[in-house]
Design a protein around this ligand. Structure first.
Ligand code: ADP
Length: 460
């Protein structure tokens, strides 16, 4: 039962309310009691003043041995008040006069009484007020005892009321609290039921959002956004797998076809075997490139491709890549130039950056016809370093510029294959390498006169 948020909320709510109510009840009780005592003390002082004034006046008028007792008796008679006891003591502590109604054990207690205290005498509680006074040269003491009976009765009634009202309030409040918790959490229950229905087969479904401005609406929106991201990545994954298997199918089919043809002919010249083996080797090479590309991208996606970072010079790496592809370019009669004169120290994964530069430069040579030009250069720019690869090749149609870095994307599959191109993974791997170094790669322009790829890298 305690596993339910509704029940826990109700318990907390009721518990806190109970503490507040009990504290309030205690405070009310003690503040009222204190207030009663203070009011009684000040009224006792007023009664004593009036009593002593009467006694003094009477003592002046009276004469004879019993004059003092008579004056006191008159004072008591004139100030006869319900619930108030007057006692006058002589200098030896003997009672000279007192009110008629007295608690049974008053006499024994009189000597030990202190002023402004609450005492139990008989079955009742009294507030004491003691004042010494002088009448006709005699030192006397006035003791006033005011019964707290009515106040106690009031306080007892108050406690009784609290004892009924507090539990009743708690029962009503907990029922109301449970109802409210149930009502406000019902969208969560509905969302959870809806979420349970969503699986890989219906990732397009979304949770219904009643009010997008409240917290639960925000939760549903966040969940829907998560579903959207999952759906997109699921779709990408599916497309990736479909594209990958499609790409792998062609070289595998060629391998099989070539092997079948070779096996079906009983006699073949060594040249024919050599040609078949060359085809098999080239297709196996394609397979190897695709598998390696796929492996790199899957590891990169999973964040499991650790960078081997070192310090080196970017200009040297650019020159090295240009040197590396010079023979490929001259074999195609493409003029390759390199401008890397400034020293550009950098920190990064040299192997990966080499792979990225070779990729982009290789593409430029591949898609540039004979007597065309390819130029690679590197320089300092605002955001760090910028490597540009410019060619005078066939260019990429403007409507496909956006898609050029997508996996397995090729402008013309047949042409790409005939020109020794890969499976369309080169630029997506290059884009990942640039991003992994905190940089980016972009196609700055491309038209029928050629293309310009720019790679931006931070300095270190
Ligand atoms: P591939 O391995 O097939 O070359 P890439 O990802 O490197 O794959 O390139 C994707 C596609 O972009 C290529 O198939 C090609 O159509 C196009 N492309 C890339 N670079 C150039 C370029 N310099 N000039 C013209 N087209 C290019």
């Amino acid at each position: 039962m305690l596993n339910s948020v509704r029940v826990r909320l109700t318990f907390w709510y009721t518990g806190v309310l109970a503490c507040v109510l009990v504290l309030l009840a205690f405070m009310t009780y003690f503040v009222l009691r204190e207030n009663f005592s203070r009011r009684m003390d000040s009224s006792a002082a007023e009664i004593a003043d009036s009593f002593l004034a009467t006694v003094n006046a009477e003592a002046k008028e009276e004469s004879g041995p019993k004059a003092l007792q008579d004056a006191l008796a008159t004072g008591i008679a004139e100030h006869r008040l319900a619930d108030t006891i007057f006692i006058a003591l002589d200098s030896h502590g003997q009672i000279l006069a007192s009110s008629d109604e007295q608690p049974s054990d008053l006499k024994e207690r009189v000597a030990g009484l202190q002023s402004l205290r609450t005492v139990h005498i008989g079955h009742r509680r009294y507030r004491t007020y003691i004042r010494p006074f002088t009448v006709a040269t005699q030192q006397l003491t006035l003791i006033l005892l005011q019964s707290l009976h009515r106040q106690n009765e009031f306080l007892e009634n108050l406690v009784g009321t609290f004892a009924v009202v507090i539990p009743l309030t708690l029962v009503l409040a907990s029922a109301g609290g449970y109802f409210l918790a149930r009502r406000s959490l019902s969208p969560v229950v509905a969302m959870s039921d809806q979420a349970k229905q969503i699986g890989a087969s219906n990732l397009r479904e979304r949770l219904s959002v009643k009010n997008s401005n409240d917290e639960l609406g925000q939760l549903a929106l966040s969940f829907n956004q998560l579903l959207q991201r999952l759906d997109t990545s699921f779709e990408q994954q599916q497309r990736f797998t479909a594209d990958a298997s499609h790409e792998l199918r062609t070289p595998v089919a060629i391998l099989f076809g070539e092997a079948d043809v070779a096996l079906s002919q009983s006699t073949r010249s060594p040249e024919e075997y050599r040609e078949t083996l060359n085809i098999l080797r080239s297709e196996a090479g394609r397979l190897k490139d695709i598998v390696e590309g796929l492996f790199t991208l899957t590891r990169a996606d999973a964040g499991q491709y650790p960078l081997t970072v070192s310090e080196f010079y970017l200009d040297e790496l650019v020159s090295e890549c240009a040197r590396h592809l010079r023979t490929v370019a001259s074999a195609k009669a493409v003029e390759l130039s390199c401008d890397a004169r400034k020293e550009l120290p950098i920190r990064g994964d040299e192997g990966l950056l080499r792979r990225m530069l070779l990729n982009v430069l290789d593409n430029a040579i591949k898609y540039t016809p004979a007597r065309g030009k390819v130029a690679i250069s590197c320089q300092i720019c605002e955001s760090g370093y910028c490597v540009t690869v410019r060619d005078t090749g066939c260019g990429i149609p403007s409507d496909l510029h956006e898609r050029i870095f997508e996996r397995f994307f090729r402008v013309d599959k047949v042409r790409s294959r005939n020109e020794g191109g890969g499976a369309g993974l080169g630029l997506s791997i290059s884009a990942w390498i640039a991003e992994a170094h905190g940089g980016r790669i972009e196609l700055s322009y491309s038209n029928e006169d050629g293309s310009l790829f720019s790679i931006f890298l931070p300095k270190s």
